[in-house]
Design a binder for this molecule. Sequence first.
Ligand code: N7H
Length: 548
Amino acid sequence: MTAVDERLEPLLEIDEIQGNILGGFNKDHQAILALRFAGDDAAIGAVRRWLLLLIPRITWAREVVQYKNTRRDVIGRTGAEPYMPVVWKNIAFTHRGLAKLTPTADQFTDVVFRAGLDAAASARLGDPVTIGKRGHISTWVVGKPGEEPDMLLIIAADDADQLAVEVQMHMASATAAGIVCSPCDVGHDLAHFTVDGVAFPRGREHFGFKDGISQPGIRGRTSADADIFLTPRIAGATSPDPDEPEFAQPGQPLICAGEFVLGYPRQSEASPRRAVDPMPLASRDGASDPRAVAPWWARNGSFLVFRRLAQDVPAFNRFLASEAGRLATLPDFSGITEDALGALLVGRWRSGAPILRTPQKDNPDLGKATPANNAFDYAQAADPADGFGSVPEDPLALTCPAAAHIRKVNPRAMSTDLGAPTRTLTRRILRRGIPFGPPLPIGTTAEEPPQERGLLFLCYQASIAEQFEFLSANWANDTAKPFALSPPGGSGHDMIIGQAGDSLERFCLIGAAMEPVRTSERWVTATGGGYFFAPSKTALTTVLSRDS
Ligand code: N7H
């Protein structure tokens, strides 16, 4: 057994941490129930009793990790995808909800979490600011002022019917405990829908792009053994240079667990292979500690963002069609297709193939191939020897636009407005979203009557302000960031999620010619959400479900 750096690779308490945080449920069907507790003491007593019954049904990281290991083993042995149906549940509370359950919720000092996803936060995220405008918080389906949830219940399953039964059961038991349930949102892998007689491709979101490819690698072990890591590691993925990040696999840098779960060492911003102290938590015996940012029981918990994002698929496709038509008349873009323009806006082709590895046309084999489909960064050329050729460098964003969605929210090894690339490691998030609503045929430009569809976006992190809000407000919405080499007018908005308040005007520069493409439509609109905290087993059993 080799020696292990306990600070960099701590033993993760996987019986304490909720399973969707570290493992990721990643199920075909997932329901999100937003719940509100009535305020008085008698009602909170009923909520606590209801919680006591719910806690044994919560899925912890150990179960998810073991399930994934088994599944990987079976695939390795048989080459076939095993059917191992389960139903998994996780919960999270807003600060409002926690404060109803314990006075120690007051020890959370983070003002962004305490205020929650209110009108000010929505405005910071670039949502419309005029009351009544589509996307304004007053129009939301979940979380509008006066209807903010106290708690989120996430139920994930392999089988849609089983999920429906569980949702009914939990809504009935919550209602019986005096808890108010918002209409439940249920997301599905779009492969469960038939479009024009064929199944929609698996793992895609509504614009037709493959999602769920790039996630940060999380440092830490799941066993006392020195080399049983949470994130499986491919030998040879890492350069021996200690100033470079270590990679679990190509394109997946390892980041300290404290960036995602409270109580563990955080990532050094100075050195990719160093950990710094965890966020200080209050002591359990109540001794005062002015540095503490959260109660003692926040250990093994994580902050969760929920954004219910509606997608206007026909409008997105109409833009691709009309703008590709215009561009095709320019010498630098002759022959450009709608698909190619979409790939420039996202940074990947619809198949998932990164444009940096295949700039001229889609390569569905590359889109499917893990980890080759994530083996690239923009700063330096590489030859991952994975059968898909070498990867060019693109420091000037001539191939992958600086404002392409995946480059905006993860500039990888590029320096940014923050400074050295290591600083990007502290801005990563664990995405756990799923699409909702029926898909349209890929490329469709009209729909009658229009139906609602989109993404139930979820992400976990140690700081909502420094991670999710930072990525959205400081990078996706800001035309001049994070690309340090942007021209004076900026490289543009993230055209997928970038927003500018009431203004619908957005642009981004594409190609070596840095041609601006512009829209005055919003393709992704917030229709709900909230900021939550997903507590540990100890927090739930010894604090939140007990009388204070
Ligand atoms: Fe994004 N899309 O279809 O265009 N996203 N996203 N996202 N997103 C990613 O790499 C999409 C949203 C991130 O490490 C892919 O897994 C859509 C929000 C991050 O290279 C695709 C919506 C935020 C990554 C999409 C949406 C992010 C990422 C490529 C809304 C946070 C990883 C697949 C409806 C602020 C980047 C993949 C990396 C990838 C799309 C929302 C963040 C296809 C349609 C709100 C960090």
